[in-house]
Design a protein around this ligand. Structure first.
Ligand code: GLU
Length: 341
């Protein structure tokens, strides 16, 4: 057996690609009953768990959108990526990493244990303690309305608004985040008004997005921070690299390692059921599937991404078996366009 990989970049048709995504959707739906919607924020407990939608936005080629890809849901933790992008642009990496580390925590997203016992800095900006620290920095420079504008721009979606019911519901039940925020103040990490930082963070978690808006954002991250059509630069290349690296190592809570092995696409999840996945130089992907696994990640969404990751060659790393298995139906950089079918 030759150990040299010969890759012939044959283009599959748009219809073939859609068929693969449809098959993956069918497989992923089987997972829905194994999970549950988040209900620690009471309003999220009312969401129909059976929804599932995906939007794949390749850098070259047409969008593939299936299922509930236009349904609005709250962005939750995926807002931490928007905040991180804005904070990196405003303060630069050096200043940001004075307040927060860039290490996986291995603890639940809303844990205060490691912050209290092991460290004087949150482990990373993608867990609640880190995001609250970032919120404390941001409120000194920008308003919530500025952030809403950035979110709309990055997601190319001017319909994004704050979901007031989810916001009120979370503010009424956020003792744990409040405890984290005050712990951060006690350690001198939050130096502004703690309640302001908490409200700012919670408002950002309550932004209503769709799988398609997440795909638009992910597409720009996949394209080095530049719009693939407008060619406008939204974020610096260096900052985009940092964001994608943190998504790979810390984006799926304490399931990040297993997810990286199984799916291999830098992704950030939110307890609203969203997934923002960046297949570098290939495609941005947004998923909505509110039934969550035990770690708080969309159970059907993860399965869906796992199914398409190798078949559409979206993963970061390939082994020989994967390459051979997907040889007949992959697209790498060149996603098909409608007119090629
Ligand atoms: N607003 C949620 C919280 O702070 C976001 C959590 C998440 O999506 O992981 O608990």
């Amino acid at each position: 057996m030759s150990n040299t990989l010969h890759v012939d970049y044959k283009l599959m048709s748009y219809d073939e690609t859609v068929k693969i995504v449809e098959e993956a959707m069918r497989a992923a739906r089987q997972e829905i009953p194994k999970g549950e919607v988040a209900d620690y924020i009471p309003e999220l407990g009312k969401v129909d768990p059976n929804q599932l939608g995906i939007c794949i936005y390749p850098l070259r080629g047409d969008k593939i959108c299936l299922g509930d890809y236009q349904t609005r849901f709250t962005i939750q933790s995926i807002s931490k990526i928007i905040s991180l992008c804005v904070a990196l642009e405003l303060f630069g990496a050096e200043k940001l990493f004075e307040k927060v580390e860039a290490e996986p925590s291995g603890e639940a997203f809303n844990s205060l244990v490691e912050l209290d016992l092991n460290s004087n800095k949150p482990y990373n900006p993608l867990i609640n303690s880190g995001a609250l620290a970032v919120a404390g920095m941001l409120i000194e420079e920008v308003s919530f309305h500025d952030m809403l504008r950035f979110a709309r721009e990055l997601c190319d979606d001017d319909q994004i608004v704050m979901n007031r019911d989810v916001y009120d519901s979370e503010m009424a039940t956020c003792s744990r985040n409040r405890a984290i925020a005050y712990l951060l103040e006690s350690k001198g990490i939050i130096r502004t008004d703690v309640e302001d930082a908490l409200r700012f963070y919670t408002k950002l978690c309550s932004l209503d997005v769709t799988a398609e808006s997440l795909a638009n954002f992910a597409n720009r991250l996949a394209n080095d921070g530049v719009g693939n059509i407008s060619e406008k630069r939204y974020l610096s290349s260096k900052n985009v690299r940092i964001v994608k690296t943190l998504m790979l190592t810390c984006g799926m809570y304490d399931g990040s390692g297993t997810y990286a092995v199984e799916v291999g696409i830098p992704t950030k999840s939110g307890v609203g059921g969203g997934l923002l996945a960046v297949s570098d130089k290939r495609a941005g992907i947004g998923v909505f599937g509110p039934s969550l696994d035990k770690k708080g990640n969309s159970i059907a969404g993860c399965r869906l991404l796992k199914e398409i990751a190798s078949r559409l060659r979206l993963t970061l790393f390939f082994d020989t078996d994967l390459l051979n298995a997907s040889r007949k139906n992959y697209s790498l950089n060149d996603f098909p366009k409608h007119h090629l079918k």
